[in-house]
Design a protein around this ligand. Structure first.
Ligand SMILES: Nc1nc2c(ncn2[C@@H]2O[C@H](COP(=O)(O)OP(=O)(O)O)[C@@H](OP(=O)(O)OP(=O)(O)O)[C@H]2O)c(=O)[nH]1
Length: 212
């Protein structure tokens, strides 16, 4: 028989932006090196919760105005379902991969909440939005081969999600030429991440060849 537990804790003073529950990490960052079992699941779900709060007002660029959080959730799911990735640190980083680039979240905050390993991956896949767009795009191609295998996994899944999204629906204001340019540029970024995960790379090759 299941043991009776008390009611769930309440967090009356937390704003929607704050993460609820779990040990608070206000002093030193947790270490999630080789995290497994319940701790691993908790890390992943905490990252999903954090990302949902931080992206909560944002929408994708499609005509349906899909909530932005669908993207990081989909990137994490691509990693598990196609890439067969089970490392909680990589999956947490997938949920968090756009929080620093696209919200007020700082990389220090990611480290305090999720540890150095997750921070490193998120940092590696974060573009500097203060740079001109052409520079940012060129840097992604240039830097891709030098990234860690974990960051390459997130990058590959991110690109696969965005390319699938482009096949599904053209973002508001994009013409055919821009879509094609995105496919070409993605092909160059993906080339620099090769040798990381056969299934993800095969899925990317398929969609890129279909569209170029
Ligand atoms: N395909 C598609 N992309 C959308 C949509 N809504 C938002 N995006 C985001 O737009 C970015 C690609 O648009 P761009 O014009 O090339 O780049 P920019 O927004 O960074 O300037 C991607 O950012 P990113 O994830 O940071 O990736 P990336 O720029 O590194 O590829 C993608 O996630 C959508 O409805 N469809």
């Amino acid at each position: 028989m299941a043991e009776k537990t008390g009611p769930p804790p309440s967090y009356p003073d937390l704003s929607a932006e704050q993460t609820q529950g779990g040990p608070s990490s206000t002093t030193s960052p947790p270490s999630y090196n080789d995290v497994t079992g319940v701790a691993g699941i908790n890390l992943i779900v905490k990252a999903a919760d954090f990302a949902a709060r931080r992206h909560r007002t944002q929408k994708r660029k499609d005509h349906a105005q899909t909530p932005y959080i669908n993207h990081p959730v989909g990137v994490a799911y691509i990693l598990t379902s196609i890439g067969r990735v089970t490392d909680p640190v990589v999956l947490a980083a997938a949920y968090l991969h756009d929080t620093v680039e696209d919200t007020k979240t700082t990389i220090e905050e990611i480290e305090m909440e999720f540890g150095k390993e997750v921070r490193k991956i998120v940092e590696e896949v974060t573009d500097d939005k203060s740079l001109p767009k052409a520079t940012r795009k060129a840097l992604q191609v240039e830097k891709a081969p030098h990234k860690s295998p974990q960051a390459k996994l997130v990058k590959l899944a991110d690109k696969l999600y965005n390319l699938r999204d482009l096949e599904r629906s053209t973002p508001h204001g994009w013409d055919k030429k821009r879509v094609k340019e995105y496919f070409k540029w993605s092909r160059d970024v993906v080339a620099g991440c090769k040798g990381t995960n056969d299934a993800l790379e095969a899925a990317l090759d398929d969609i890129i060849n279909r569209n170029l």
